[in-house]
Design a protein around this ligand. Structure first.
Ligand SMILES: C[S@@+](CC[C@H](N)C(=O)[O-])C[C@H]1O[C@@H](n2cnc3c(N)ncnc32)[C@H](O)[C@@H]1O
Length: 474
């Protein structure tokens, strides 16, 4: 264990601008690190006190990383989402313009692209229309379904024909059994359940898997739109009783309208990509562990990881749960928020905190205010750091890692995630190239949150994003 810490120390130095390897005395000693680690390892969060005594602030002199605000990355006057980008909503989507520009700027011709947190597949689609091959990874089966459909060009004429058949068959079903999952009647009114069940049964009979998946995405959209949830929110909240009384969603019409819209999005993709035939591999795996992406296969990663743990930031699991249950997923597959970064504190890898002096410093500040929140924040970054091991394994020498992150605020302390991920990268074989700051012009992220988790107590969250670009050294 000691050897491990000794190795870490010089790297901490270089990550913070001490590139000549002279680490100031205020830096952590091995003993101090071990004391800290042992305290945390007791499974309590009592052990942060030693950190403040480490005088990390001195060590954390301002970094000299190249960072600039560039308004041309805002795209505030270009909200376009071409091709199949708009087929299904998803929380915290990247804007296609940013994904495309990163691929153009740092990806070579015929690159192999990876998005290790692919969400709804924005990066993958931008890769496909450029003729790149791509891998996408996500733990959320709904994200994989949307990504797959988004990146699979299908003949729109064929989809039109299939839609007519679905509508006819669905209307002819007279009797149907309800699917069984917990609280189904809390989230859907009985007439809605009957119609959704009929649609589902018909969609399942479509023999072509790609066509079937296309209509499953339309179905998932319909599930969301006809549920008793407040539809403008990503978290699962039931509509107010008053509103619910008059809520009688026209399920089949919603499905039909959405299908027609998605077919028109698909014709845009079909017109540019029908002859490209790109290879896109979409993996239901966990980026914290070794994935099936071959070593040194990837030329460029473009990605936006979650902004924090699902419980206190974006709840991908809650957003996806009803769709997944209707699509037949249950058990572990639906418990995405637990498997998401920071879902559980990995007590066996606490030492990874030391990959980033910036992280140690903010954990220390938050711990003084709220130990539990410090623990949650730590759990998230330890998981994110584990993903860097995997990224380092799969990216080629000279390949690029472009990570779009937000610096959210917890308990009034801003988390410098852009610096933290650059620290992580530098400890594991990447060189920081530059960080571009862009404003978030639309409302993809809540502009206010409740850092104290007390109702009514809000403060502004992220108004800008940081695009951190790193190059693989070896
Ligand atoms: C910010 S979203 C990505 C959004 C995406 N860029 C888009 O445009 O739709 C982050 C994604 O990371 C996924 N995720 C969380 N933990 C993960 C893990 N351990 N391994 C792989 N994916 C994970 C979430 O399910 C979510 O889809």
């Amino acid at each position: 264990m000691k050897g491990k810490y000794r190795l870490l120390l010089p790297r901490l130095g270089s990550a913070s601008g001490y590139s000549n390897g002279n680490i100031p005395e205020a830096c952590l000693t091995t003993k101090e690190q071990l004391d800290f680690y042992n305290h945390l390892g007791s499974n309590q969060i009592e052990g942060f006190a030693p950190v403040s005594s480490l005088r990390l602030k001195g060590f954390l002199c301002s970094t000299q990383r190249k960072k600039r605000y560039d308004p041309s990355w805002n795209y505030s006057d270009d909200p376009s989402r071409p091709y199949t980008h708009p087929i299904h909503p998803y929380p915290a989507m990247m804007i296609p313009q940013v994904a495309g520009r990163l691929l153009d700027g740092y990806g070579k011709r015929n690159a192999v692209v990876l998005d290790p947190f692919c969400g709804s597949g924005t990066v993958l689609l931008e890769a496909v229309v450029r003729g790149h091959n791509a891998y996408g990874i996500d733990i959320n089966p709904l994200s994989l379904l949307i990504s797959k459909v988004k990146t699979t060009p299908l003949n729109p004429g064929l989809l039109e024909e299939e839609l007519e058949k679905i509508l006819k068959k669905t209307l002819s079903i007279k009797k149907i059994e309800y699917p069984q999952f917990p609280n189904i009647e809390y989230w859907f009114k009985p007439p809605v359940i009957t119609k959704l069940a009929a649609l589902k049964r018909v969609i399942e009979t479509i023999s072509d898997q790609d066509v079937r998946n296309f209509f499953k995405v339309v179905f998932s959209f319909t599930v969301r739109a006809s549920s008793n949830t407040r539809n403008d929110e990503f978290k699962l909240y039931r509509m107010e009783e008053e509103k619910l009384k008059d809520f009688n969603p026209p399920v089949i019409e919603i499905f039909e309208e959405r299908a027609r819209r998605n077919i028109s999005f698909m014709s845009e993709l079909w017109s540019v990509a029908k002859d490209i035939n790109p290879a896109v591999e979409i993996l239901n795996e966990d980026t914290r562990h070794k994935t099936s992406v071959p070593s040194r296969k990837i030329d460029i990663v473009v990605t936006s990881p979650p902004y924090g743990d699902s419980k206190t930031t974006v709840a991908y699991g809650q957003f996806s749960r009803l769709s997944l249950q209707w699509l037949g997923f249950n058990g572990d597959a639906v418990k995405i928020d637990v498997h998401s970064l920071g879902g559980r504190l990995d007590v066996h890898n606490l030492q990874l905190v030391y990959s980033s002096p910036h992280l140690v410093e903010v954990l220390d500040s938050i711990e003084k205010i709220d130990k539990k929140r410090a623990r949650e924040v730590m759990a998230f970054y330890i998981d994110l750091r584990k993903c860097f091991n995997e990224l380092s394994r799969v990216i080629k020498k000279g390949g690029f890692l472009c990570m779009v992150v937000g610096n959210r605020t917890v308990k009034g302390v801003q988390l410098p995630t852009d610096e933290i991920v650059a620290d992580f990268g530098e400890t594991i074989g990447f060189k920081h190239v530059e960080t571009i700051i862009r404003k978030i012009p639309n409302k993809r992220m809540p502009l206010k949150n409740s850092p104290t988790n007390k109702p009514g107590e809000v403060c502004s969250t992220m108004l800008e994003e940081y695009i951190v670009i790193m190059e693989k050294n070896n």
